[in-house]
Design a protein around this ligand. Sequence first.
Ligand code: SF4
Ligand code: SF4
Ligand code: SF4
Length: 160
Amino acid sequence: MVDLSRRNFMRAKNVATPPAIRLPWVANEKSFTQGCTQCGDCIDACEEKIIIKGDGGFPEINFSAGECTFCQQCVTACKEPLFKPLDTLPWQLTIAIQANCLAKKQVHCQVCQDSCEPEAISFKYLHGSVPQPEITLIDCNGCGACVAVCPESAIKISTS
Ligand code: SF4
Ligand code: SF4
Ligand code: SF4
């Protein structure tokens, strides 16, 4: 007999869990999960400690722990041919500020702007409102520095 409650639970889990963000310069998800031996060398190599063992034992990026400096140590440490040339873009990520952002709730906060080295986050001054954050996607390099500093965990980065 099919256990519907379990099936529904698994379905809900699949919907709720966004795809993992892999290491920078990973060529694609399929070849990564086929070729990664789960040795953990990349995890040990990352001085920022932002690589964790994720679902299924495969490494993934945890921006809640800090930012990627694009030091390439994880790529160098990996013995498998899983990566694109290092002179290409490290990854294509989508970034968005959620509704729980303090500024969107009319509380002054500009912490994320201060953490953004490429100055991709700016604040728009509007009449009758506290300044509102905006991300210029073309300037965002996906470093994730803004994620951990946000007091409301309002910045979400995901694979595009
Ligand atoms: S490039 Fe450097 S900081 Fe970024 S995940 Fe790899 S080892 Fe960590
Ligand atoms: S740090 Fe977070 S809460 Fe503060 S303005 Fe930026 S996104 Fe909003
Ligand atoms: S992820 Fe993008 S918006 Fe956030 S700090 Fe890095 S460059 Fe700036």
